[in-house]
Design a protein. Structure first.
Length: 531
């Protein structure tokens, strides 16, 4: 995410007095049946078309997460992977191509999007040899053990480093050719993330267009994406759309919350009703792409979206409550598998920004506060770990006791030893091989031990202090199958369902690019059945 990517988001409220749905209908004209066999074939083909439409919703819908590394207490690659696995996260996007993390991701099945940094775009765009070297070092060296499925070339290049625009498409082409040479082009897509500020007026979505000064560059990129069957990458932040709309939109619209009848958001040209700003942003981008007459519809993947949970004095909407509501509702919205009103059959696969809070980032406080987890793997707030809801605080417990961030490690170790010894805390869960052992850090283990002691002894005078190394919090620090004492889920004792989309035995989901192969098999079966 770049600070420059903040745009006005204009809108229109209309009374809810019109039809809420104006959809396109697909009519399949079967024609006159010349024989029973032909009729059966036509009926089966019609059924296949129907099933294709239905299953295209179910296949591939996922919510992944971005991993930034600009934080002072960055866990080791092994600890990062442990956090991902404990939360059953199946899709991630890296802002670089960290070789240590890529090695740690080996044999996890997690789908990985690696990135060419903005600083690398110029060199790769000017030199096919540099592109080949980058692929060999950062991709070919790790696949297939590490499941790399996409390369993001730069981030918001046209918005943040416009001088690099002439080499952006050449960089994408050079990387794709290097993938072809390595026989990896069918497994790995190449694209580049765009920011919403490339669309000056995104509402109404049906009238949205890209900034015309970039017509030539965007047209070339869309042709590339179409010819290589890649996705369009979009960074879309309803938080900024809401903040900069200056009251035009209700906050409920940005947070996926229900709108009152007098505040319905309707596109006056299509009469599509928009229940969320997120849907409207994606639809605006689909419409902006349609002006270039690219061959077919290019699916959009939202590579960044999120909501800050803390902010400065003038960032009053950056709160834990709003961040919790946004991301939980986002997960539910994306995992229902449907697309925006104009493209309901194309899932809106999305990566949440971001895994950790990047406290070393420059800019306002909100810029440092998008993380959904602390570096020890505990949740910043109750993030729904499945579409029916996730872990929440046990209100009767009075909160949790966790290690203070930045506390002296030796003091934490003393506190941990006391809690598990004289304090009689149950520390079995933080032993090797147990649910709370990873991430294997003193801070993480101390948090579990401190909290277990506190929950057991608080009623008889036990405190949460541990020589100043502990603090109380109302945020449930449980994660994955590690359930802290006092959590509402403490009695469940089992694994928590996946948070971020469908996952098979190896953690991989079916990609939209696999659909042609699947449907060739189905169609072949249908034809054979009627012969």
């Amino acid at each position: 995410m770049e600070l420059e990517s903040k745009i006005p988001f204009y809108g229109l409220w209309l009374p809810n007095g019109r039809d809420s749905f104006l959809g396109e209908k697909l009519l399949v004209k079967v024609g006159v049946k010349s024989s029973i066999g032909t009729m059966r074939l036509q009926m089966m083909l019609g059924y296949v078309m129907f099933m294709f439409g239905s299953l295209s919703i179910a296949l591939g819908a996922f919510v992944g997460i971005n991993i930034g590394t600009d934080l002072s207490n960055l866990p080791s690659p092994e600890e990062v992977v442990a956090i991902l696995r404990s939360h059953q996260i199946t899709h991630i996007r890296l802002f670089d191509s960290d070789n240590h993390l890529l090695s740690a991701l080996s044999d996890t099945g997690i789908e990985v999007m690696v990135s060419v940094t903005n600083n690398e775009v110029l060199r790769i765009g000017q030199s096919p040899a540099a592109a080949a070297s980058w692929i060999n070092k950062n991709v070919a060296a790790f696949v297939p053990s590490t499941n790399i499925t996409a390369i993001a070339v730069g981030s918001e290049v046209l918005s943040t480093i416009p001088n690099a625009a002439p080499v952006l498409l050449p960089a994408m082409n050079n990387l794709h050719k290097a993938l072809v040479s390595s026989n990896l082009n069918y497994q790995i897509q190449v694209s580049t993330p765009f920011s919403m500020d490339m669309i000056p007026r995104p509402f109404p979505p049906s009238a949205a267009t890209f900034n015309t000064s970039w017509d030539s560059t965007i047209s070339g990129i869309l042709r590339f994406l179409s010819s290589t069957k890649s996705v369009f990458m979009l960074n879309a932040y309803p938080y900024y759309g809401y903040v900069q709309s200056n009251g035009i939109f209700p906050i409920e619209y940005a947070l996926f919350k229900s709108l009152s009848p007098v505040k319905q958001i309707v596109d006056p040209n299509t009469l599509f009703h928009y229940d969320s700003m997120f849907d409207a942003m994606v639809d605006a981008t689909y419409n902006a792409m349609s002006a270039y007459n690219s061959s077919g519809i290019i699916p959009i993947v939202v590579t960044e979206t999120g909501w800050p949970w803390a902010g400065g004095g003038n960032e009053r909407d950056a709160t834990v409550e709003n961040a919790e509501i946004f991301n939980n509702n986002l997960i539910k919205r994306v995992l229902n598998g449907s697309g925006p009103p104009s493209q309901p059959m194309i899932p809106m696969n999305t990566y949440i920004y971001e895994l950790f809070n990047e406290d070393n980032k420059r800019g306002p406080e909100s810029e440092k506060s998008y993380g959904v987890y602390f570096s020890n793997g505990s949740s910043v707030y109750a993030l729904g770990l499945d579409i029916s809801g996730g872990m929440t605080v046990n209100a009767s417990s009075g909160g949790f006791c966790v290690a203070r961030r930045g506390a002296d490690v030796s003091s934490l170790e003393d506190g941990l030893n006391w809690a598990c010894g004289p304090g009689q805390a149950n520390c079995s869960a933080i032993q090797s091989g147990q649910p709370c052992y990873m991430p294997d850090t003193i801070e993480n283990h101390a948090s579990f031990a401190y909290n277990d002691y506190y929950q057991r002894m608080r009623s008889v005078g036990g405190t949460c202090d541990f020589s100043g190394t502990a603090v109380t919090t109302m945020v449930d620090p449980s994660y994955g199958s590690c359930i802290f004492t006092g959590s509402t889920n403490a009695s469940i004792g089992g694994l928590v369902p996946p948070a971020f989309g469908p996952v098979g035995p190896t953690g991989a989901s079916i990609s939209w690019r696999q659909l042609p192969h699947i449907w060739c098999l189905i169609l072949g079966t249908v034809v054979l059945s009627v012969l």
